[in-house]
Structure formats: C-alpha cells, structure tokens
Design a protein around this ligand. Structure first.
Ligand code: SAM
Length: 226
C-alpha cells in the first residue's frame, strides 16, 4: 500500500479526533472490568491522536499508560502530558517480553498487508503478559465502505486502508494462542441513535444488534497472550 504522510494527516485531522468518542478505549475498559485482568500497564501501538490511551490513563490512574508511534510528529501535546510516549516501530518494539498487561491498536494493521499484519500481532504478543487486542475496519459494512470512498475521492488519504472480516483476523493470529473474543463492534445505527434519539437507544440497540456484521464499523479480536 502507498505510504501515508502521517504528520500531515495528523495536522489536518487532529481536531476531529480530539472531538471523537474514544470508542476503542471504552471497549477495552469494559473488557478489563468484566475480566478482572491485571492492568499494571497498557500500551497503545500506532497511537496517532492518542485519544484512546489518554481516556484509559484518566480512568486507570494506577496503570502505566504508554503510547507508541513511529512518527514523532503525531504525538499530541495532550498525549505527551497524560502518557509515556515512545517513538518506535511496531515491528520491533524496544520493550522486554511481557512488558505490558494489556496491549491494543486500532487503524494500524489496516495499512499493512497480511504478512506484515501477522508480524505486528506477533510482536504485540511478545510484549504482552495478559491480553492483546486488535481493532480493524469491518469489510462487511457497505455503508461505511461507500462513505470512506467518498472521503478518499475528496482527497483525504486517512481513508485509504484495507478492511477485515472475522475470518481474516482469525487467520492473522498465531495458531498457538487463545482467542477469547472476536466481535463486530461500534454499530453505526446505535451511534446515530445515541446522538439523535437517546430515548430510543434500548429498542434500537436490540434490533441493530441483529445486523452487527453489516452495521458495525470495526471488528475486534482479543487474544490471551500467555
Ligand atoms: C490511523 S492511525 C491510528 C489512529 C489511532 N487509533 C487514533 O484513534 O488516533 C495509524 C498510526 O499508525 C502509525 N504507524 C504506522 N506504521 C507504524 C509502525 N510501523 N510502527 C508504529 N506506528 C506506526 C502512524 O504513524 C499513525 O499514527
């Protein structure tokens, strides 16, 4: 895939990211709370705006929260204040084995091919002692595919990425590790209802949930590292 100019993309999109809901962090926090796993330290790889790791840093005050990105230019001041920032390559991270209780990334493997995505997940698992979480764009959400195509056509290369199904994500995880959960997440109909008609959230969520595969923006896999 043609490479992205992350520094420029950061300058052009950071305001949107700052205002966005930290959806991945909310999902990660729900998982942490429901599984009771150890969160002495959390790493977000390819953190970009850092909005998700910052949300976690605010809520998990006892945890060491670390944001890693290959580009120094994408570290927002807010991320520098709230987390330990590391400039490094996700393919070869400067951490010892099992350094972090939880590791996650979103929008990272979507700019790499299968072989590279597998290598990133293997490196992620090396530095994880508890759970490794991978978010990627859903290949079955045709509405989102169309919207992204329009944004790409208007010149925003942030929307130049590949998409994943549950099956493909499963294939990228090494065979010897346990998949504890694989879900379609971030249902767009639920999101709109939450913003526009919150009083309808309960019934709409029930109906929209039946169409998660077509309506969710992302697919996520959670893997037990040890
Ligand atoms: C789409 S952005 C991630 C967005 C982020 N999840 C957010 O919500 O703000 C992808 C990020 O991955 C970073 N990246 C790309 N290749 C990388 C690599 N090999 N190692 C570390 N970071 C990398 C880019 O610099 C960019 O900041």
């Amino acid at each position: 895939m043609k490479s992205h100019q992350w520094g420029q993309l950061f300058d052009a999109n950071i305001e949107t990211y700052r205002g966005a809901r930290p959806k991945r962090a909310e999902y990660v926090l729900d998982f942490i709370r429901s599984s009771g796993c150890d969160v002495h330290s959390i790493l977000e790889m390819g953190a970009f705006s850092g909005k998700d790791i910052r949300y976690l840093a605010k809520r998990l005050k006892e945890s060491l929260c670390c944001s890693l990105d290959r580009e120094q230019a994408v570290f927002d001041r807010a991320a520098r204040d709230a987390t330990s920032c590391v400039v490094a390559d996700a393919f070869r991270m400067p951490f010892c084995d099992k350094a972090f209780g939880i590791t996650f990334h979103s929008g990272l493997i979507v700019v790499f091919d299968d072989r590279q995505s597998r290598a990133i997940i293997e490196e992620q698992l090396r530095v994880t002692s508890g759970y490794a979480i991978v978010f990627a764009h859903n290949r079955w959400n045709f509405i989102d595919i169309m919207v992204s195509a329009i944004r790409r056509a208007r010149g925003n290369s942030l929307f130049r990425y590949r998409r994943f199904s549950k099956g493909l994500l499963r294939q990228l995880v090494p065979a010897h590790v346990d998949i504890v959960r694989i879900d379609y997440v971030d249902n767009m109909l639920v999101n709109v209802t939450r913003r526009r008609a919150p009083w309808l959230l309960k019934p709409v969520s029930r109906i929209a949930g039946l169409m998660d595969m077509l309506l969710c923006n992302e697919v996520v896999v959670i893997v037990r590292a040890s």
